[in-house]
Structure formats: structure tokens, C-alpha cells
Design a protein around this ligand. Sequence first.
Ligand code: ACM
Length: 279
Amino acid sequence: MSFISPIRLGDVVKAGFVQFEPIFGNIDENLKKAGSLINQAKADLIVLPELFNTGYVFTSVGEVEELAEGIPDGKTTEFLCELALHNNSFIVGGLAEKESGRFYNSAVLVSPHGYMGTYRKIHLFNEEKLWFQPGNKEPEIFDLGCCRIGIMVCFDWFFPEVMRILSLKGADLICHCANLVLPFCQDGMKTRCLENHVYAITANRTGKDDRNGKILRFTGKSQITGPQADILYQAGPIDDEVAFVDIDVSLARDKKLNPFNHLYSDRRISLYHYICKDD
Ligand code: ACM
């Protein structure tokens, strides 16, 4: 889907994240919290964590069924659309999606003009495979006018193909909704951004989900990473945070490394077939 934003037509985009601890199962409270944090910041683009409205640790299909929502007609997407209009911003946020009796770990993109699109997490992590179907569509990019974005959800970062496809399709910035439990992603995103010359905003959650004896702790440290592997901002591990930086989109459009090397045209795709072989 393509959309030309009336917000800002210059090269610089104010973009960032909201980091907080959702309360499992309490959608109303989580929307209220996310809304009050987003209202504190005036930015063009804001990224929320994975499953920010429900929490992460599901313990039964019944719970997923009860908490998952239709997109774009569900409560969470409608709430985000209102918030985007109120703040004149684009917002990306993760939620459990229900469609035709199937569930997906998804993220939506909304603008001041309403719903723009959905990404369904392709690489499900651990017990997510008990609850969700893996995403069934190739990653796509969205033209916001001020920049082009791609969306990933958490564990997708582990598979370099996702960011590669998004950057080859023209993404300047990857909106990465996360619920990280391991410490590797923030360093890994430096490599992902460098090898594609793109920006990434990893919006992680904090705190823990403690569900019927199952405890999972989330690592915070949401991060904005630049195309030179530069960490433009990293949040702390515990507290709620709202953070934004000015992103110079032209840096992500320049794929030259030096007069002789170019990130895309130096690829030797005729020698890469092995990557696309099935096991
Ligand atoms: C994860 O993909 N939420 C670890």
C-alpha cells in the first residue's frame, strides 16, 4: 500500500519508541498506558512493543481466542487510529490478530488518516508456535511520504533475510516491535543495519509476565540504530521510556560503501542459490 503523508516532506523524520510493561490480559489498561506515553511525545513515527496490548505469555488457546482482535476493526487498531489522528503521527504496534479462526502475532501501521496495513510475524519464537500461525505473506514496505518503512516482529531479527528483503524493496527504516528475552538483539541490530544501510527502531517491553508458574522476564533497552551501526539511543532495562531522534533519511538511501563497492550491485546472486534451497 502506498500513501503520501502530509506531515513532513523533508529528509528528516522524528522517530522513536515507547517502552513499558504491559499487564497481561488487561487491554484497557495497556491501551491507556501506551496512549499516555505517546501523548507525551511529538514525533512523526512511534513504535510500540510486540503484543503491547495483551502481554506475551499465553497459557492456552482459549486465552489467545479471548484476547486476539480483528484488524482493522478491533478495539486496539481503532484506538491507535484515534491516537495517530490526535498526535498527527504514524504508529506501529504489535497485537494478537484473529482472522478466520486463525491467530497471528501481528503488528499494525496506522496514520492520521487511519489504518494502513498489517505485518504478521514470520518467525515464531518458542511456545508462540503453540498459539499462532506464522505469517503467510512476504514482508512489504509502506511509503509514508516522509520515509519508507518495513515492519518486523521480535525474533524476525534473527533471520537476516527479513531485513534484506525489506531494504531491497526500499525501506529506509525498520520498525521492530519486540518482547526480547535474550541479550543478543541490540548488538545484532548493529550488523543488520550496517549490512543494509537502514535505520531500525527496536521497541522492547520491560518487566515480566508471571502466568500460572511460567515466568518470562523482558530485557528493555529499546534501541534506535543507524545505518553505520551507530546506536542513536538505547533505553534503560527497567523503566518506562519515550525516546525520539531525528533520522536523516538520505543516509539510508545511499548504499555506496566507497567508490568501488555498493551494497546491492556487489552482490553475486548467481552464486547464492544455496540460500533458497529447502532443507
Ligand atoms: C520473541 O520473538 N518475542 C523473543
